[in-house]
Design a protein around this ligand. Structure first.
Ligand code: NAP
Length: 244
């Protein structure tokens, strides 16, 4: 039976690059997003290359949508999900006094609550089988106080701690939990940032934004057995920004 990976936000940017790379390794990928057209195009491309892919259309925003997606993916995976990539995320920037409660709730729902309940649903199944891998998407701005990043940065700082907690909770049962912490990356989602992405990237030794493929390489590494002794790590893939 093929290994099955659930990739939230697997229909765009970093998530889609991860889906393509895992599928190339023979993994059955299940991608999630709201936009059905984008989802169907993503899986059609993967299937056209002779690989296994399915799409679940869902607006992930609470425990119930997360649990439903986890259950559907488990069915599609013939009873198991072996790899979970908590990738879907939103990143509105702006000063704290300009953020309203609706934005606060949306960011924390998708970036924290949904990964939390996906793990709650899937990690125990993986632990029962004695094997599994979870990779959470963080960000470099969860590691320092960047102006305008209060909501987004703090939501991903929660993910950084959850990565370690989940490694402690499920690692002894064979489930590896790690995070990748990207720097500015060109995706459909960051298109709207225009020059702002370049300016942010210019602060790092690499001096340029990453491609989605460059981030996906690190995620795939942590999701597969090549990273078999890595638990609870946060891998910075930020062109060196948090090193200097
Ligand atoms: P992106 O291009 O904006 O794509 C986001 C994906 O998430 C899409 O597939 C989108 O599909 C899905 N999504 C958004 N809201 C959703 C919802 N409510 N329910 C279900 N799916 C939803 O994203 P990206 O730039 O590749 O970023 C991916 C991850 O990396 C995020 O967690 C982000 O915070 C992190 N990251 C990105 C950067 C960067 O510079 N790009 C840097 C650091 C960290 P639909 O729109 O169809 O729902």
């Amino acid at each position: 039976m093929a290994t099955t990976a659930l990739i939230t936000g697997g229909t765009s940017g970093i998530g889609r690059a991860v889906a393509g790379k895992l599928a190339e390794l023979g993994v059955h990928v299940v991608v999630v997003g709201r936009n059905v057209k984008r989802g169907e195009t993503t899986i059609a491309d993967i299937r056209a290359a002779g690989r296994l892919a399915d799409f679940i259309a869902s607006d992930l925003q609470d425990a119930s949508s997360a649990r439903q997606v986890a259950r559907k993916a488990t069915e599609l995976g013939n009873g198991q999900v072996d790899i979970l990539i908590n990738n879907a995320g939103i990143y509105p920037f702006g000063p704290t006094h300009e953020m309203d409660e609706g934005q606060f709730d949306k960011v924390y729902s998708l970036n924290v609550k949904v990964p939390y309940f996906l793990v709650a649903e899937l990690a125990p199944q993986m632990a029962k089988r004695g094997k599994g891998a979870i990779v959470n998407l963080s960000t470099m701005v969860a590691d320092y106080g960047a102006s305008g990043m209060s909501l987004y940065g703090s939501s991903k700082a929660a993910i950084n701690l959850l990565t370690k907690v989940w490694a402690a909770e499920y690692g002894p049962s064979g489930v590896r939990v790690n995070a990748v912490s990207p720097g500015p990356t060109r995706t459909e989602g960051t298109d709207a940032m225009g020059e702002g992405l370049e300016r942010l990237a210019a602060e790092a030794p690499a001096g340029r934004p990453a491609t989605a493929d460059e981030i996906a390489e690190a995620i795939v590494f942590l999701a597969t057995d090549r990273a078999s002794f890595i638990h609870g790590a946060k891998l910075a893939v930020d062109g060196g920004r948090t090193a200097v």
